[in-house]
Design a binder for this molecule. Structure first.
Ligand code: SF4
Length: 65
């Protein structure tokens, strides 16, 4: 799995950071999503999926191999 984010549609809700802070952060100035890591391991995919589901803006896309 590979994570992609679209800061241009992010609304800065922070749900991704609360759910999977190892992968997502928010910019200090604008609060928009910043990707910290792109490829979760097998034990981490569930939290990344949850973060994507909780994003109110659809800013997180998960690419399956
Ligand atoms: S949950 Fe979605 S809208 Fe909120 S900060 Fe993360 S990417 Fe942006």
């Amino acid at each position: 799995m590979r994570i992609e984010v679209r800061p241009e549609v992010c609304v800065g809700a922070g749900q991704c950071v609360l759910t999977a802070g190892r992968f997502f952060d928010q910019g200090e100035d604008d609060g928009l999503v910043v990707l910290r890591r792109t490829e979760p391991g097998p034990a981490e995919t569930a939290e990344v999926r949850e973060a994507a589901d909780r994003c109110p803006a659809g800013a997180i896309t998960l690419r399956e191999p």
